[in-house]
Design a protein around this ligand. Structure first.
Ligand code: CP3
Length: 344
């Protein structure tokens, strides 16, 4: 049996519109919390292929999404490049020794050596592929070099991005060197994910909106396109989804060889369709907080369907699901996407 999710990524007609949710394997599911408790902490969970496989499959079994996303985190890449990652409870990710200068960058492991250290990710993918139903797709992912670099330079999440923006305007050469090194690892990392069995690639540029529009191509998009085009050339059967969050002002300038453009919730779907709908399949884009209300969810799903008409579209949220969303509301979202698009 073919995978309707993969068909939809290539813009083929499908019996209904497939749906998944960004961050679908996570804390809103009590079953996830149970496995994480067993793992001890979040990074142990990422490093344990059996457990990571189990939580990847949970949203398929429990909420009925059409694709699984392998369980890991974008930050395992800099971790294996030699930056010491930890997750401090309630505070999110931390690197103890952020990159300040070229010497710090030069100390990091690059290329094949770094990509080869992520064996637990490839093992997780192999396990998921053994257990995932034939008709469901498995999504592999990476953070965009820019989004990864923000953590590598700031050492943690940030509201202002002042440390990396200081570098952007006062030492752009160093920022480009960081982005180059990360891009080279990511290309090989994604290639190994494909060889391990993923069906679809998504590149998350969660912090795209931190860059002024005139600089976005230079510091982020061109690197994402380089990764996408490297993969498309070698593995044309694997669709690539680009998700740059918060760049409506940049839509007219979007270019590159990839398949699906992930529309975030701040961009009206009609606006994205007018600008990009002929060139790319569109994914998205319900505001994730609508999940708190079933009524608000139904209204939005119907409005998106009205715009997209089940053509060249994949349903999703416009960013990740939050931990306090009731599971039954997440199920309601999936069911409504299937209902309005005619799933029997
Ligand atoms: O279901 C899935 O989408 C697969 C798993 C996944 C995780 N992180 C698991 C996770 C994916 C695709 C990611 C990507 C990720 N990680 C992004 C890009 C996607 C986005 O939402 O924009 C970013 C920016 C990160 C970095 C990161 N990881 C942060 C900022 C945090 C802490 C904040 C938070 O959401 O808790 C994490 C931890 C993390 N990654 C958790 C999960 C389930 C929570 C850890 C836990 O407490 O169990």
């Amino acid at each position: 049996m073919g995978k309707i999710f993969v068909d939809a990524c290539f813009g083929k007609e499908t019996p209904y519109t497939p749906v998944w949710m960004m961050r679908q394997a996570g804390r809103y599911l009590p079953e996830y919390m149970a496995v994480r408790a067993q793992a001890g902490d979040f990074l142990n969970l990422c490093h344990n292929p059996e457990m990571a496989c189990e939580v990847s499959l949970q949203p398929v079994d429990i909420v009925g999404v059409d694709a699984a996303i392998m369980f890991s985190d974008i930050l395992v890449i800099p971790d294996e490049m030699g930056m010491d990652l930890s997750f401090v409870k309630g505070e999110g990710p931390k690197f103890s020794d952020p990159i300040k200068d070229e010497a710090d960058l030069n100390r990091l492991i690059g290329g094949e050596e770094a990509a080869s250290k992520l064996t637990y990710v490839y093992e997780t993918i192999e396990l998921i592929k053994q257990k995932l139903a034939e008709d469901k797709a498995l999504i592999g992912f990476t953070g965009a070099p820019w989004t990864l670099a923000t953590y590598m330079i700031e050492g943690q999440g940030t509201k202002t991005y002042n440390v990396c923006k200081k570098m952007m305007y006062s030492n752009p050469e160093l920022l480009h060197k960081i982005l180059r090194k990360v891009t080279d690892v990511v290309k090989l990392y994604m290639e190994k994910q494909i060889q391990a069995g993923i069906d679809v690639v998504q590149i998350f540029d969660s912090w795209a909106a931190a860059i002024e529009p005139g600089k976005y191509d230079e510091f982020s998009w061109q690197y994402m396109v380089e990764i996408a085009e490297y993969l498309k050339e070698k593995y044309p059967h694997v669709p690539v989804i680009m998700f740059p969050k918060g760049i409506p002002a940049f839509l007219d300038k979007v270019y590159g060889n990839f398949d699906v453009f992930g529309v975030d919730w701040s961009t009206p779907m009609v606006f994205a369709k007018e600008r990009l709908g002929d060139k790319y399949v569109l994914q998205g884009n319900m505001e994730p907080c609508r999940l708190y209300s079933k009524e608000a969810t139904t209204k939005c799903v119907e409005a998106i369907q009205e715009t997209m008409q089940g053509k060249r579209h994949i349903f999703n949220l416009g960013h990740g699901i939050l931990p306090d969303v009731p599971v039954e509301n997440a199920k309601h979202f999936i069911n409504e996407c299937h209902r309005v698009s005619g799933k029997k």
